[in-house]
Design a protein around this ligand. Structure first.
Ligand code: SF4
Length: 195
């Protein structure tokens, strides 16, 4: 079972603010109270979709997302950015893989604050295990969701490090520490969320 207390401690040592909730509903209520009258960018995130955050926060904030009719460029200019990660190591490293690059770019620069919302299923004991899950669990499931022509989407079992024109894994970002220019908060949830 994921050790979220250990993860919280190690993330805090690396400069991240961390909040922890038992349920997705509690985490959504927390974000709903924290964010008001903001522009909020959202990249592609099944976690955020499952939590209904665009709809909930959109009643009193302006949501900028290509999933809600906006553009990725608009989301990149938002005050606040919401995302998840593909892997979180209990030792404190956060890992994201991206195809377009908008999500990893927004997680590095350009916003007042970034929130990473992370379900317990994303957590692995150490860096190598978190990278393995990002590549072999998260990426193939995302490839299947997107319906791309890749070996992982066809079989759904692992990464084949493909050379497919539709490969979705084109950039890997590891957060060793919180980037300097933005506030960052990790919202941990003791439930499975996203891939
Ligand atoms: S590199 Fe290719 S095979 Fe591996 S997960 Fe990404 S898209 Fe799938």
């Amino acid at each position: 079972m994921a050790d979220l207390e250990k993860l919280k401690r190690n993330l805090e040592e690396r400069g991240f603010a961390v909040s922890c909730f038992d349920t997705a509903e509690e985490a959504a209520a927390y974000l709903d109270a924290a964010l008001d009258q903001k522009t909020i960018g959202i990249g592609g995130s099944v976690t955020i979709q499952e939590m209904g955050l665009a709809e909930r926060l959109g009643t009193h904030n302006r949501i900028l997302s290509h999933w809600t009719g906006g553009t990725q460029e608009e989301a990149a200019g938002a005050q606040v950015y919401l995302s998840s990660v593909n892997g979180a190591a209990e030792t404190g490293e956060l890992i994201n893989i991206d195809g377009t690059g908008n999500r990893v770019a927004s997680g590095l620069f350009g916003h007042e604050k970034v929130y990473f919302i992370i379900g317990q299923n994303k957590v692995a004991p150490d860096y190598d295990a978190a990278l393995w899950r990002a590549r072999n669990i998260a990426a193939p499931k995302n490839a299947q969701r997107l319906g791309v022509q890749t070996p992982c989407a066809a079989k759904g079992d692992r990464c084949y490090d493909c050379k497919s024109p539709q490969r979705i894994c084109r950039a890997l970002v590891v957060y060793w520490e919180k980037p300097r220019s933005m506030d960052m908060e990790v919202v941990l949830v003791r439930q499975d969320l996203g891939y």
